[in-house]
Design a protein around this ligand. Structure first.
Ligand SMILES: Cc1cc2nc3c(=O)[nH]c(=O)nc-3n(C[C@H](O)[C@H](O)[C@H](O)COP(=O)(O)OP(=O)(O)OC[C@H]3O[C@@H](n4cnc5c(N)ncnc54)[C@H](O)[C@@H]3O)c2cc1C
Length: 489
């Protein structure tokens, strides 16, 4: 049925949105929309038609009801640091940005939980409770800018997730807006609720099941002692073998990270830690936490394992400022890679730790075969690789080649029993690799789940699922708009 409206249909939509969030909460000027046209995966760009900046759950629900009424696709966006194009606007969509939903709603230290709005920045949670001796464990390297809502949607990881688990292990409950505008609560303030684990279903769903508007997080008591060890090796293989030996010895450090020679030199050029030897094949950073006695013992054990694998030096930092100095280079690694070439493409795959040496050699062979240098910085303890492919977008055809190379790396990860994503999600970027990892029946089952929450496919269409289905969705959303009489810009 064609819906006829007197004014331009988008104008009606804009007026409705302004009535909900106020006129300063609705962005439509093309020059203002430019900042929202991509996330951290800047090679994919699409301007949204309208950006809305709500401040409350009620406003998000009312905005989503407008989308449902006019069958307009909508995409949630936190800080836009995602690296898989998850917050990439769909053509003719409304982008719902949570940056004004930035309140910490409740701090309950006795029960070790904090309830936040989704636009709260990851690092703010720890800052809010650290003076009382608590912290929030998941710590993506982007933690000073990425939002908790984005972390939940991507099931983000970080350095400390080796020992403490990724975001899903730290979300107790959620309030979220379903794609028809209804508000529901899942999980709760205590863990292990009966019934289906709908909190677990939502975490990692990349905005395809609705929009989280309140999130209850578990916080942890800060450990009594922390040691950070920096070991340097002549080869990355020796650093990788050490990682396997540490885990094999039954030691689970808080984090274990490897940086290769290219990354070491990039960070030393940019942040000059003067801690990472420029001639090392790789450095291994290991953080050990726990009681004073435990940490002292494990620290000695790990030092021995590093030495047995040929570490030239092992530096141990105990004081907070010394630990920060050792971590500084790792935290700056992605940013520093920007100095190495005009562009870089971050891949994110997981492999069994035991395959580390083989996979790194294969990545080097792919780098040679394609003629693009690859820097490696990764969460080694989790087997979560982040090859950074260095290239120049201005060279015709370079991006396509680099994407192909990135795809070969993902297929390699799957071949050795790993995964096409450790923490950055599938988004728009990796959906075509889903069939390399999942059977048709697996994918169909995931679609049942999506359709149970999002039957009209208005919430973040075109993400996660493979291209043929995605193309169908794109056509589908156009049909919805046409049926609603919405004239496309
Ligand atoms: C330099 C750098 C380092 C990084 N390091 C890491 C790392 O160590 N570990 C890691 O896991 N990631 C890392 N990332 C990736 C990124 O920071 C994370 O994926 C982060 O969780 C994204 O948060 P965001 O607020 O920027 O989300 P956005 O990019 O805005 O959105 C990401 C996804 O979440 C959805 N979304 C956002 N808010 C909501 C909501 N309220 N409800 C439902 N869906 C929502 C969006 O639709 C999209 O699909 C890094 C990125 C950069 C640029």
């Amino acid at each position: 049925m064609i819906v006829q409206t007197e004014a331009h249909p988008w104008q009606v939509v804009i007026e409705r949105l302004q009535a909900i969030v106020g006129s300063d909460g609705v962005v439509t000027a093309p020059e203002d929309l430019v900042v929202y046209e991509c996330d951290g995966l800047a090679s994919y760009r699409q301007k949204p038609t309208i950006v809305v900046l709500p401040t409350t759950t009620e406003q998000v629900a009312a905005v989503v009801q407008v989308c449902d009424r006019y069958s307009i696709p909508f995409v949630a966006r936190g800080s836009g640091t995602g690296l898989s194009g998850g917050a990439l606007p769909t053509e003719n969509c409304i982008l719902i940005v949570t940056s004004r939903m930035n309140q910490i709603l409740e701090i309950d230290l006795e029960n070790q939980r904090v309830t936040v709005q989704p636009g709260v920045i990851n690092a703010w949670v720890t800052q809010a409770v650290s003076s009382d001796g608590f912290y929030y464990a998941p710590d993506p390297s982007s933690q000073i800018i990425c939002s908790i809502g984005g972390n939940v949607a991507e099931n983000s990881g970080g350095v400390h997730c080796l020992k403490y688990g990724v975001t899903t292990n730290h979300v107790l409950g959620l309030k979220f807006v379903l794609p028809d505008g209804e508000v529901i609560d899942v999980g709760g303030k205590v863990p292990d609720q009966p019934g289906y684990d709908l909190t677990g279903v939502f975490v990692g769903s990349e905005g395809t099941l609705g929009i989280a508007t309140e999130i209850t997080l578990r916080i942890l008591k800060a450990p009594e002692a922390i040691h950070v060890l920096l070991a340097d090796f002549t080869t990355i293989e020796a650093a990788g073998a050490t990682v396997s030996d540490v885990i094999g010895a039954g030691i689970i450090p808080a984090g274990m990270e490897i940086m290769d020679n290219i990354s070491i030199n990039a960070v030393e050029d940019v942040v000059a830690t003067n801690c990472y030897p420029r001639d090392a094949g790789a450095v291994l950073l290991i953080e050990i936490d726990g009681s004073e006695v435990e940490v002292a013992t494990l620290s000695q054990q790990v030092t021995r394992l590093c030495q047995q694998n040929g570490a030239r030096n092992v530096t141990t930092a105990i004081e907070p400022e010394d630990r920060l100095r050792l971590w500084k280079g790792r935290k700056a690694a992605f940013a520093a890679a920007g100095r190495l070439s005009p562009n870089y493409f971050v891949q994110d795959g997981v492999i069994p730790r035991t395959q580390l040496t083989y996979v790194l050699q294969e990545i080097e062979a792919l780098s040679q075969a394609y003629g693009y240098q690859i820097a490696n910085v990764f969460h080694a303890g989790d087997g979560n690789l982040h090859p950074l492919i260095l290239y120049n977008e201005a060279v015709p055809g370079a991006l396509a080649k680099v994407e192909e190379l990135g795809g070969e790396i993902l297929k390699l990860c799957v071949r050795v029993g790993g995964s096409i994503s450790g923490e950055h999600g599938i988004g728009a970027d990796k959906r075509c690799f889903m069939p390399d990892m999942f059977s048709a029946a697996d994918l169909e089952t995931m679609q049942w789940v999506r359709h149970a929450f999002n039957p009209k496919e208005l919430a973040n269409p075109g993400k996660i699922f493979p291209t043929p289905r995605t193309c169908a969705e794109a056509a589908h959303s156009h049909t919805h708009l046409a049926q609603a009489g919405v004239d496309l810009f």
